[in-house]
Write a protein that binds this ligand. Structure first.
Ligand SMILES: NC(=O)c1ccc[n+]([C@@H]2O[C@H](COP(=O)([O-])OP(=O)(O)OC[C@H]3O[C@@H](n4cnc5c(N)ncnc54)[C@H](O)[C@@H]3O)[C@@H](O)[C@H]2O)c1
Length: 293
């Protein structure tokens, strides 16, 4: 096997279980030194007292790789900063950030509590922002000091965020936000040698087992080769993209784009809007189905 990440330094968040664990093992197999982050929470984000990151580190080391555990809450701004510092102090830098950590509290919108909304938005959206913010500041400083790194960020969106999913309004909003954040981060950070892409994975994990029929669902490790390649130096020219991975199929997700338009030449009269908008909607592609409808 060609090793794509020899000597590169990576952080994978939420890597104690599920898809993140598979990413950490795959990056290590390709020669990366990995900070394995996990806060050790339940599916709903509550404390369990477990340290799953330690077990993944043991697996990586047993296979001849290099890894160190980190137990930060990714959505805690100071803990996210300390995690980036841990990578730099332990291994001498940072090249790859895989934002993957998160949990769900699925509910129909009208049953969603304020606390559920805040917790799910926080872990996914702030959990991506906090790590990206601190890693980005490091990469900018390195670039300005004449030591630009060939850096990679791989965020984790979801089909729920891109197409929508019944019963997952909060989660869908957070994952759509991650797709938007990916576009802006890619545009802002390219000057520092950083690419920023996102995946929309699919896997049988504790997250999907309760909610869907997972009997034929892909495995966590089916997602990780795409992450390993996007993290490699070969992927230098690819940024601001969202890639869906479903087992053996990879799909480029086309995001929001300007469709048919009409210009009234002066402020629209409300009475004219209906016919004009219906004509445009007739010319526009039909949106994909929301999952669960
Ligand atoms: N499983 C799927 O089909 C699927 C589909 C689309 C997107 N995703 C996304 O993939 C990612 C991984 O999901 P999974 O299915 O492997 O779930 P999982 O529950 O198996 O793993 C998530 C891990 O993140 C950790 N975590 C949660 N909150 C954290 C925090 N604040 N700080 C650090 N670690 C934290 C958990 O302890 C857990 O080990 C998530 O972002 C999820 O939304 C999964």
């Amino acid at each position: 096997m060609a090793r794509l990440l020899e000597g590169r330094i990576a952080i994978v968040t939420g890597a104690g279980r599920g898809i993140g664990r598979a990413h950490a093992l795959e990056l290590a197999r390709h020669g990366a030194k990995v900070v394995v982050n996990d806060f050790g929470v339940s599916l709903a984000g509550e404390g369990t007292g477990e340290s799953p990151a330690e077990r993944v580190v043991e697996e990586i080391v047993a296979a001849g790789g290099e890894a160190v555990a980190n137990a930060a809450d990714v959505a805690d701004f100071a803990e996210a900063e300390a995690m980036v510092r841990q990578a730099i102090e332990t291994y001498g830098g940072l090249d790859i950030l895989v934002n993957n950590a998160g949990f769900v509290r699925d509910r129909m919108l009208v049953n969603t509590s304020e606390e559920e909304w805040d917790a799910v938005i926080r872990v996914h959206l702030k959990g991506h922002f906090a790590t990206l913010r601190h890693a980005g500041a490091y990469w900018r400083a390195e670039s300005k000091a004449g030591r630009q790194r060939d850096a990679r960020v791989i965020n984790t969106s979801s089909g729920a965020g891109l197409q929508g999913s019944i019963g997952q309004g909060t989660y869908s909003a957070a994952k759509a936000g991650i797709a938007g954040l990916t576009l802006v981060a890619a545009a802002e950070m390219s000057r520092y040698g950083v690419t920023v892409n996102a995946i929309a994975p699919v896997a049988k994990t504790r997250m999907t087992e309760g909610a869907f029929d997972t009997s034929a669902m892909a495995l966590p490790e089916d997602n990780s080769p795409v992450v390993a390649w996007l993290a490699s130096e070969e992927a230098r020219d690819i940024t601001g993209r969202v890639i869906e991975i479903d087992g053996t199929t990879i799909t480029v997700e086309n995001g929001w784009a300007h469709g048919p338009s009409a210009d009234a030449g002066a402020r629209w009269d409300a009475g004219d809007v209906g016919p004009a908008l219906r004509k445009l909607l007739g010319e526009a592609p039909v949106p994909e189905k929301v999952y669960g409808t």
